[in-house]
Design a protein around this ligand. Structure first.
Ligand code: ATP
Ligand code: MG
Length: 399
């Protein structure tokens, strides 16, 4: 039986609504490990404790991706009696010596919430430290910067850990409404979706596919990105929108300096329509101020003008380096840099307009049968369910 202790952060600040967020967190934890065996997940003393017959490594791989979890530790559970605690400490140190090379010094640190325990925290640390020292004479006790820190938390039981693994933080998935997340095959949009989801928003990915301008491979790429995201969020309902006719129509009737902008406006209009079907109330994009011509304030204003939905742009102020680092930590970067054809890059003229007036965009769209194009695109869209790809569990997750 493996035991994992999960710590949460912001939920502690949630006053009256705390129960709602905690219930969601416990539910998400349960669902993420449901296929690994019959687990017990319970909330106790401001933490969440998971008991499961699964392998510790597999559990950690899943649980470190749960939004709302700030950090986690595999723990040994002992009865709150000194000999048992000392025995568990010896087990933990033995296990650490077997898996982590180069441990020469150690420290025992005790917190005692149950004041009925007969020894003080200091006394407990000293006694347990002596037992460890006796069993592993090659180790030296060091109070300042030890190689191995054994933490003992005495509550209803004693919980011992020697490792604290960072989680993604944020709020439990599913507690913050629903948004359509526009996902290209690039680096930015999967990160933007992840950031939205980390604030609790349920994500419905939407990809605009322009076969044969863009190949089947670029669609596969987006689905692979969604598989990685599903590792954090659970199964995702993904829209693949038929965008070919719109792309053609724009090419025929829109002046080249405004094509990308009109393309974005068409994406937004379709998102608006899908949102209605899917009960979503926002759109998330990977736009980033000033990165390209269609991401200036003027272009953003022209894009927002065609929807009533709030458009969330979690990356608006990020630098490219920050976005790349985040993509690497999440596990989407390797997929995003696979070569692919971007439906928009086909359109980018040598001098795209960076400061289009609102009237100009409307004018450029005059020759487009907008609502007929939207109807066809929506009718010919596919809806797929994408499940997590657990093989990616081993990737590190930054917070
Ligand atoms: P990304 O790296 O996500 O492609 P980007 O900075 O390259 O972002 P653009 O290519 O200008 O930006 O696209 C801006 C945003 O529009 C994207 O972040 C994404 O949210 C959305 N988008 C662009 N192309 C598509 C597409 N084919 N399908 C779905 N969304 C798209
Ligand atoms: Mg792009």
């Amino acid at each position: 039986m493996a035991h994992i202790l999960l710590r949460y952060g912001e939920i502690h600040l949630k006053g009256q609504n705390q129960r709602f967020f905690l219930d969601a967190l416990v539910r998400n934890v349960r669902e993420s490990i449901a296929d690994l065996g019959r687990a017990q997940v319970r909330h106790a003393f401001g933490r969440i404790l998971v008991d499961s017959p699964a392998e510790e490594e597999a559990l950690v791989g899943r649980l470190r991706k749960i939004f709302g979890v700030v950090s986690l530790s595999p723990v040994q559970v002992a009865s709150p009696a000194l000999p048992d605690i000392a025995g568990a400490a010896v087990d933990i140190v033995g296990a650490a010596l077997g898996t982590r090379p180069g441990i020469a010094t150690f420290k025992v640190d005790t917190r005692r919430a149950d004041k009925r325990f007969p020894l003080t925290s200091m006394e407990t640390s000293r006694e347990v430290g002596q037992t460890v020292q006796h069993r592993f004479p090659q180790l030296q006790a060091r109070m300042d910067g030890p190689d191995l820190l054994v933490r003992i938390d005495i509550r209803d039981q004693a919980y011992l850990s020697s490792e604290t693994i960072p989680g993604p933080g944020g709020l439990p998935y599913g507690t913050g409404g629903r948004a359509l997340a526009l996902i290209s095959g690039g680096i930015d949009s999967p990160v933007a979706s992840w950031l939205g989801a980390r604030r609790g928003v349920t994500i419905i990915p939407v990809h605009f596919h322009s076969f044969p301008f863009t190949s089947e491979r670029s669609k596969e790429k987006v689905l692979d990105l969604c598989r990685v995201l599903a590792g954090y969020m659970g199964p995702l309902g993904v829209w693949i929108v038929f965008f070919t006719d719109i792309q053609r129509a724009i090419q025929l009737s829109v002046p080249d300096g405004l094509r990308v902008l009109v393309l974005r406006r068409m994406m937004m209009r379709i998102a608006d329509r899908l949102a209605e079907q899917d009960r979503a109330t926002a759109v998330i994009t990977g736009e980033n101020l000033g990165q390209v011509a269609s991401q200036t304030i003027e272009s953003i204003a022209a894009i927002n003008a065609v929807t009533r939905l709030p458009v969330l742009r979690p990356l608006i102020g990020a630098d490219k380096m920050e976005i790349v680092a985040r993509a690497e930590a999440i596990g989407t970067y390797e997929i995003s840099i696979r070569p692919y054809e971007d439906c928009c890059s086909l359109f980018v003229p040598p001098h795209p307009r960076t400061q289009p007036g609102l009237g100009e965009a409307d004018e450029a769209e005059r020759g487009l049968p907008i609502s007929a194009l939207i109807d066809t695109a929506v009718q010919r869209s596919e809806r797929l369910t994408i499940s997590p790809r657990w093989a990616r569990d081993t990737l590190p997750v930054g917070s």
